[in-house]
Design a binder for this molecule. Structure first.
Ligand code: FAD
Length: 460
């Protein structure tokens, strides 16, 4: 008789949980996975996937404008939000179905219910059943932070609500300066909504290279998206016409059809019962783990956003793969979080990998920076003023390229390839020895020959 009901009980069927459950089940383990929402998690249901589809939908507006000088007469393009929204929802449902099938095909048992930890080896479902497991994997992700202490917070929406809007607002205030705020700003602007971004810091996209941050602010101004930095929301009140009045701490009052919160995400550990097993959390409520995603309790692991390490889908997946390899496939593996590339699907998009110039100057003795800005060929003919920015950060002592930062069309696609070179620790000389592909924007990455002066500005 086996000692436990399952070898592995996974809580949360999102990016990390599904991958771990499938790999462990395929390796012969008896696996259960619990999910209290739709299968697929944040990425598939209310994150990366539907968001990227909205980005594609919004991009058509600029494409129609650009088309004119290329000889196309597209008349007056009309956009129908309900049609698009429902098509996106249908695609999300299709993908969620694939996730479910993949779990079933791997032999994992799915419990569509909320799960809580009872002790180091026991999980209880909301409906009442309890199961024992040799190992428990917490993969519960995170949720959007809502400032519930602010009067009128319930009048605001979150990114999750954006996918279900009955109709598009005419105007929206998006609070936040991170990637989700900027992506939704570009999405709404693309659909013709008047967008204002309100951010408490001095410049949006904190953590990204300063040149990227400056470039994006300039591009948003060009696109008619208003960014107000150094503002703090005090309250929201309902005003006639189903509108909202946002009052700032400065006393300034601004009126919009919608107010959206994009001011951070919180790990899903509330009410999860982790304290019953003695699992340690950090001050943000994230599960503390080591490089093998082990918690302080020997039978409990955690992967993905609930650990608040690097909150990206491919990272959650790689942490899950490392966990399954180590625990069920006899291949002890820890995921290396260094030089993970990321993209912001803003307008223009951003791709970044490695150190920003500020980080490089803090960590390294001598740093060289190469930067170029230009109007892509297509924009010149289109009469589109939007520019592209590329930057390489180089360790001057070893010649290694330690950071690549791109803001412009296809930046997200380019950075995936550049990340290989950064991860492989290639030198600037090796980048330069690589022949250009012409005519492309990406060719500039191997054609930057003269270093530029030091950026001594470091906004918060
Ligand atoms: P999740 O995918 O969130 O899965 C956790 C699952 O656990 C959820 O399904 C949840 O319902 C379930 N759950 C929680 N508690 C319980 C419980 N007690 N019992 C049962 N089930 C439970 N990342 C990128 O890499 N690229 C992007 O472009 C990108 N865009 C994003 C856009 C938005 C708007 C958002 C919000 C996120 C985006 N992300 C993006 C982040 C990405 O979605 C997450 O990093 C990723 O989904 C984390 O995976 P996870 O497995 O840790 O958690």
């Amino acid at each position: 008789m086996p000692q436990h009901d399952y070898d592995l009980f996974v809580i949360g069927a999102g990016s990390g949980g599904v991958r771990a459950a499938r790999l462990a089940a395929k390796a012969g383990a008896r696996v259960a996975i619990a999910e209290d929402d739709r299968i697929g998690g944040t990425c598939v249901i209310r994150g990366c996937v539907p968001k990227k589809l909205l980005v594609h939908g919004a991009d058509f507006s600029q494409a129609f404008r650009d088309a004119k000088n290329f000889g196309w007469d597209v008349g007056v393009p009309k956009f129908d939000w309900p049609t698009f929204r429902d098509n996106v929802e249908a695609e999300v449902t299709r993908l969620s179905g694939i996730y479910r099938k993949n779990l079933e095909a791997a032999g994992a048992t799915l419990h569509e219910d909320r799960a809580e930890v009872v002790d180091a080896h026991t999980v209880k479902l909301k409906q009442g059943k309890s199961f024992s497991a040799g190992r428990i994997l917490v993969a519960t992700g995170g949720h959007t932070y809502r400032p519930t202490h602010l009067p009128g917070h319930e009048l605001g929406i979150t990114s999750t609500d954006c996918f279900k809007l009955e109709r598009l607002p005419r105007s929206i205030l998006i609070l936040g300066g991170g990637y989700i705020a900027l992506e939704f700003a570009a999405i709404f602007a693309g659909f013709g909504v008047a967008v204002t971004v309100g951010y408490r810091g001095t410049r949006v996209l904190r953590g990204f290279d300063n040149d990227v941050r400056k470039h994006i602010e300039a591009e948003y101004a060009l696109a008619g998206i208003k960014i107000i930095n150094e503002v703090n929301l005090k309250s929201i009140t309902a005003i006639p016409g189903d509108r909202k009045c946002a009052t700032m701490e400065s006393g300034v009052q601004l009126e919009f059809d919608e107010v959206m919160f994009a001011i951070g995400r919180v790990p899903n550990t509330m009410g999860l019962g982790l304290e019953n097993a003695g699992v340690k959390l950090n001050e943000r409520g994230a599960v503390i783990v080591d490089e093998f995603s082990r918690t302080n309790v020997p039978s409990i692991w955690a992967v993905g956003d609930v650990t608040d390490r690097l909150n990206l889908t491919p990272v959650a997946i790689r942490e899950a793969v490392a966990f399954a390899d180590t625990e069920f496939r006899n291949k002890p593996t820890s995921f290396d979080h260094a030089d993970v590339a990321s993209a912001v699907f803003s307008r223009p998009p951003v791709g970044a990998v490695g150190l920003s110039e500020t980080e490089a100057r803090e960590k390294l003795k001598n740093v060289k920076v190469f930067r170029t800005t230009f109007r892509p060929m297509k924009h010149i003919l289109a009469g589109n003023e939007s520019r592209m920015m590329m930057k390489l950060v180089v360790d001057a002592d070893t010649d290694r390229v330690v950071g690549v930062h791109i803001a412009g069309p296809e930046a997200a696609e380019m950075i995936q390839i550049a990340a290989i070179a950064v991860k492989a620790k290639l030198t600037k000389a090796q980048w330069d020895a690589t022949c250009a592909v012409h005519p492309t924007a990406a060719e500039e990455l191997v054609l930057m020959s003269d270093p530029v002066p030091h950026d001594n500005e470091a906004p918060a």
